[in-house]
Design a protein around this ligand. Sequence first.
Ligand code: HEM
Length: 418
Amino acid sequence: MHDIRKPIDEARLDAHSMPLGDIDVSRPELFRSNTIWPYFERLRKEDPVHYCAQSRVGAYWSVTKYKDIMHVETNHKIFSSDLNFGGIGIQDVRPDRRHDSFISMDEPQHGAQRKTVAPMFMPQNLDQLAHTIRVRAGEILDRLPRNETFDWVDRVSIELTTQMLATLFDFPWEERRKLTRWSDVATASPGNRAVIASEVAREAELRECGAYFAELWRERRNQPPKADLLSMMAHSEATREMDPDNFLGNLILLIVGGNDTTRNSLSGSVYALNLFPDQYDKLRQDRALVQNLVPEVIRWQTPLAYMRRTALCDTEIAGKRIAQGEKVVMWYVSGNRDEDMFERGDDLVIERRNARNHISFGFGIHRCLGLRLAELQLRIAWEEALKRFDAIEVVDEPAFIYSNFVKGYEKLPVRIPG
Ligand code: HEM
């Protein structure tokens, strides 16, 4: 790999010389170039609750320190997730393009819909899924070429998480890559070289997703209840009469939740272990360290960069006055590298004592529902990979996703020596 420090050094100059008020951490190009870090470093130090008055997504507050993010997360009566006030994305969504899902609802509606699908993620059910995950991970890894460069994102990360998602929905197996596409479309920022050209194009593809799933929904509704996510929603009181927008919204939530996040953690783990080869050596010497590698890599990667809330009343965060109706963005990606919480936060440290305290899964009433499933997939994938390969070598810098929300990889070229 070539020297990745140079662009970061250039960004550091820029981040530390521009007027504070001009800093706009929502620019997707900073994530694409992986040069976002010095901007957050400066904000945490000089202006941890920062107001950006003008940006492509309008005015917004950035909350960048771990403890302040926790404050927002745990005060859901003040900081709303409700789509009618703006939802969880930094960009307000036009009313005709809104798809409510329980992640963008407040109580009591949120809790009722969350409960419907929660059994899927209970330990008992996960124990049953573990075997399937292990078999599939083994098959995917066994098919990988030796001594040849290939894309880890496509061959492993996408394939493993898409197979899992198809299982959770009991989705037609041969068509499972549709799930990958819909997940990418739902989260990409429109623009140059991006997955989608415009918001109109996004809406059209998401409508196709809704129509496809509506067919499956009708089938499941007319069959006795089964243990897949669609059947669970089709037979539950809180969700069986969902309007089409709420239906599509919950589908997108589960598709994105189950797909991009785990996919990018798996790619991130390969990348991070190559950036920190001493940590890779430790892991090879003691495979039990996989247990702590998993939360540490989820911290280091932070697959979702932020969640947004809207202030329901005038309030304060760390002494800054926030007015009712203002956008508040909790940058998990910054909280996870907050020097007051994580020593040497930029580094991957697989024996880090407080790795489990990362904020990548959020906190409070909306804390990630699928977190145990995500951890299980990552743990098993690495257990199986360590059994098979001495090394997975990253041969060139990855291509990062053009998004300020999903933080991850388009491509990660690797080689497995044979
Ligand atoms: C490393 C992988 C993952 C990460 C980093 C992640 C991250 C998150 C975050 C940040 C939230 C919002 C938390 C908040 O607002 O406080 C969330 C919620 C959610 N996640 Fe995940 N997630 C992951 C994997 C999964 C998986 C595998 C699923 C299952 C299919 C899933 C399903 C959900 C659902 C349904 C919610 C909404 C919960 C609610 O609003 O009550 N996630 N996740």
